[in-house]
Design a protein around this ligand. Structure first.
Ligand code: NDP
Length: 450
């Protein structure tokens, strides 16, 4: 067995029952093998064994009272994975599927994603198994207040800076930040994604989706192609999906799908973003309501999805943007996409494609942008928010968007050049993993054994 496989095996023994984390670790470590062969320093300094262990993991009880006066108890998490390049940075996810494994997979990915941005930020992630769906504003507020009462001990503008993720949007960030401010007496950049009138950055809300489309455009331009006129499949209907769709429309592409936890919409004429935003951002309703405005669209409920995958990937298109959640795109979905003419996949979500689906994309040689590269625009713009907070200043939308465009081009260039350096041009999985890892690993070596 190789060095990397020995480490993966020992990880399975020492951290049992963490399937998502093993999946993320395996994907990264396997693609590092050419680097480990070329440069013995990383093995000699024990970097691989060190990098798969978080610097710190915080698990805590979150207690709150629901609207019926019943006591509720949830699990809260923050994983501070690696701070070699800067303060820990990464979002908070509130979803019933959140476990130690999910938070560790997301935190591990975040290390390399943040490094790839070229900005001084380390990797972390957190969340809770709390489901905001169906809860009143008062319940969400009480939950957030209790969650932050513990978390505030561990975060700070130069220590660890959380942001949003699934289930944590503008409302939750508001309640979390209010509690942080009250308990610490500080008004600083300890959380990003804040409201525009109280420390938030223009362009942060849009950044992950816009960045994911910029990344796709970079990949396609390299091949002499572009998104103009392209039929696009988008999954999700949350923050990342909405602003992916918005940027696709601005660029003259035709997004024809979106999805949520109840089903998938296919609208061949193009998704009506105004209707979609009203449904999901304002009313927080199921996508089936889209049919009220557009009876010509088709809604497929989750119960009718193909047994081996997801309805959203079964339509003809040129490009696909998975923007919902992990493992939402199976090998059968990948085969359907390739068979239906897709030549570009840019991941807005974290690890949305199963490992077997990624293999098919790489074998087919299509433009495939893995999440840690393609969705890094969100965290990069969060770091721009930190810069603005530290300087007590505000940038214009034009300045933020131009910085985002330049950062996404830089990430593409770093990943693409590294793939060429290691003899696998176009393999942005290998390129992104090696480029991100090398920056973190070199900093770890230079800073000594920690
Ligand atoms: P949101 O909570 O805003 O939206 C998530 C969307 O995905 C919703 O439409 C939700 O459906 C759907 N969804 C979530 N879980 C499931 C599931 N298990 N099955 C089916 N549908 C599901 O989250 P974001 O848009 O912020 O995040 C989406 C992805 O992007 C995640 O992987 C996240 O980690 C990643 N990401 C987000 C960043 C950000 O800046 N927000 C930055 C980088 C990556 P419903 O509406 O029914 O709940």
């Amino acid at each position: 067995m190789s060095y990397v496989h020995d480490i993966l095996e020992s990880l399975r023994r020492s951290s049992p029952a963490q399937a998502e984390f093993y999946q993320a670790a395996e994907e990264v470590l396997e693609s590092l093998e050419p680097l480990l062969e070329a440069d013995s320093r990383y093995v000699r300094h024990g970097i691989i064994r060190r990098i798969v262990e978080p610097e710190r993991q915080i698990l805590f009880r979150v207690t709150w009272v629901d609207d019926d006066g019943r006591v509720q108890v949830n699990k809260g998490y923050r994983v501070q994975f690696n701070s070699a390049l800067g303060p820990y940075k990464g979002g908070l996810r509130f979803h019933p599927t959140v476990t130690s494994s999910v938070v560790k997979f997301l935190g591990f990915e975040q290390i390399f994603k943040n490094a790839l941005t070229g900005l001084p930020i380390g990797g972390g992630k957190g969340g809770a198994d709390f489901d905001p769906k169906g809860r009143s504003d008062g319940e969400v507020m009480r939950f957030c207040q209790s969650f932050m009462t513990e978390l505030q001990r561990h975060i700070g503008s130069v220590i660890d800076v959380p942001a949003g993720d699934i289930g944590v949007g503008a409302r939750e960030i508001g309640y979390l930040y209010g509690t942080y401010r009250r308990l610490t007496g500080r008004f600083d950049g300890a959380i990003t994604g804040k409201g525009l009138t109280w420390g938030g950055s223009l362009g942060r809300k849009e950044a992950t989706g816009y960045g994911c489309v910029y990344f796709a455009e970079n990949m396609l331009n390299e091949r002499g192609q572009g998104l103009q006129g392209a039929i696009c499949l988008v999954s999700g209907a949350g923050n990342v999906a909405l602003y992916t769709i918005e940027k696709l429309l601005q660029m003259g592409a035709i997004p024809v799908t979106c999805s949520d936890s109840t089903g998938t919409i296919h609208h061949p004429g193009g998704i009506d973003l105004t209707v979609l935003k009203a449904l999901k951002e304002r009313d927080r309703c199921s996508l089936i309501g889209y049919l009220d405005a557009h009876p010509d669209a088709e809604f497929t409920p989750v119960a009718d999805y193909p047994a081996d995958g997801h309805a959203v990937w079964r339509y003809p298109a040129q490009a696909a943007f998975p923007c919902s959640t992990q493992n939402e795109l199976t090998a059968a979905d990948a085969a359907a996409l390739l068979g239906n003419g897709v030549t570009c996949v840019s991941e807005g979500a974290n690890m949305p494609s199963e490992a077997s689906a990624v293999e098919l994309f790489l074998e087919a040689g299509i433009a495939y942008g893995p999440g840690k590269a393609a969705n890094a625009g969100g965290v990069a713009t969060s770091q721009l928010e930190m810069q603005q907070n530290a300087g007590l200043t505000r940038w214009s939308m034009e300045k933020v968007d131009a910085s985002l465009g330049a950062i996404m081009a830089g990430i593409f260039r770093r990943a693409s050049d590294t793939a060429v350096e290691f003899g696998q041009p176009g393999n942005l999985v290998l390129g992104a993993n090696i480029a991100g890892f090398r920056l973190v690993a070199d900093a770890m070596i230079e800073q000594g054994l920690l």
